[in-house]
Write a protein that binds this ligand. Structure first.
Ligand code: ADP
Ligand code: NA
Length: 334
């Protein structure tokens, strides 16, 4: 009974990676163009400050994510593109969701454990509450579908639990839809170039572990050349990649970049070693990413225009969220 609507977001916490691009941005664009659904894409700056961000870098990073969105092909005429802190419903509903979520649920979140590390006592309260704010981001629009990478699966399940508990506690069945995760596409989990068991992340201390959307052609080629692999040639079938996470990852990246299946990539390269495969992968990555990087740089030269696009998006997002917030406040008893 809820209108289908897509919501997703990216944190402005440093240069975006190929993982963000293949797992999120590229899919955002496909959904904008195909789904016949309303698409809402946020830059989640409130989430970013759960870890310390230097204010001027944060300001730049917000514009850089906006530029990456636009350069990837998101069109402000087709999608709502905006910055989270400019729409107050996120913080307001975030508080309500914080009061719905149970501490026991939050204690199970593996991302908190990963990000807080050994010093959980020193982590911010915001980092702990992050999944409640993420639930609010989605529910503020009654979004029904959320395209994310595999790393966000557990948070999406929590958002569903929060929606269901709200509906149940206040006896308003179906008030919030239970958002469906859309995890998939050819690269739901792009792995580190240095360690095939860790996800490629903008927060990995090693810059060689990831390809950044701002890397130039030589840097991309060097990172792929130095990527960890094994001495075996590429197999004919996917089963032959089992137990070879680094090889599996590079094949998956090639598939995603060239809009093919991993099977098709293997059909082309079976029997060849990485000495032959890597230069071809570097070529594909550069061919795909360099126009994107150039367009990002062009857009970033005019920050006022980016701010205008974000301001316009915020107004349109607010127009959807504001009446839903009024209903939430009424249900809660405010
Ligand atoms: P990061 O995890 O790099 O800090 P975000 O938390 O802002 O980035 O994630 C933005 C989007 O990118 C999310 O949908 C997330 O699932 C996706 N994503 C992040 N890293 C990867 C990856 N290595 N592979 C696939 N998708 C990813
Ligand atoms: Na993430």
């Amino acid at each position: 009974t809820h209108t289908p609507r897509i919501f997703s977001g990216v944190q402005p916490t440093g240069a975006l990676t190929l993982g963000n691009y293949l797992g999120a941005l590229k899919r955002f664009v496909e959904m904008q163009d195909n789904a016949g659904m309303e698409t809402i894409y946020c830059i989640v700056d409130l989430h970013a400050i759960t870890l310390w961000q230097e204010p001027e870098s944060l300001r730049q990073a917000i514009r850089a994510v906006a530029a990456a969105y636009l350069a990837s092909g998101l069109d402000p005429k087709k999608s709502i593109i905006f910055n989270q802190s400019q729409v107050s419903a996120h913080a307001e509903l975030g508080w309500v969701c914080s009061c719905v979520v149970r501490l026991g649920w939050l204690n199970r979140m593996t991302q908190f454990k990963d990000k807080a590390g050994k010093h959980a006592e020193a982590a911010s309260g915001g980092l702990y509450m992050y999944p409640a704010l993420m639930a609010a981001d989605i529910l503020a629009y009654r979004a029904t579908h959320v395209p994310v990478g595999e790393d966000q699966k557990q948070h999406l399940e929590l958002a569903r639990d929060i929606a269901a508990k709200f509906n149940n506690d206040f006896n308003v069945p179906d008030f919030f839809p239970l958002p469906e995760p859309m995890i998939g596409g050819p690269a739901p989990r792009v792995m580190s170039l240095r360690d095939g068991t860790k996800k490629m992340s903008k927060s990995d201390p090693s810059d060689m572990s990831r390809i950044n959307l701002t890397d130039d052609a030589d840097t991309i080629a060097a990172k792929i050349r130095k990527a960890k692999t094994d001495p075996e040639p590429l197999p004919e079938t996917l089963e032959g990649l089992e137990g070879r996470p680094e090889a599996r990852n590079l094949v998956g990246i090639m598939a995603a970049l060239t809009d093919r299946t991993a099977e098709d990539v293997l059909a082309e390269f079976a029997g060849q070693g990485f000495g032959a495969f890597k230069p071809r992968l570097a070529e594909a990555a550069v061919a795909h990413l360099s126009p994107l990087t150039a367009e990002m740089n062009r857009l970033l030269a005019d920050p006022a225009e980016i701010d205008r696009v974000l301001g316009d998006g915020a107004e349109r997002a607010d127009a959807i969220a504001r009446p839903i917030m009024a209903e939430v406040f009424d249900v809660v008893g405010f």
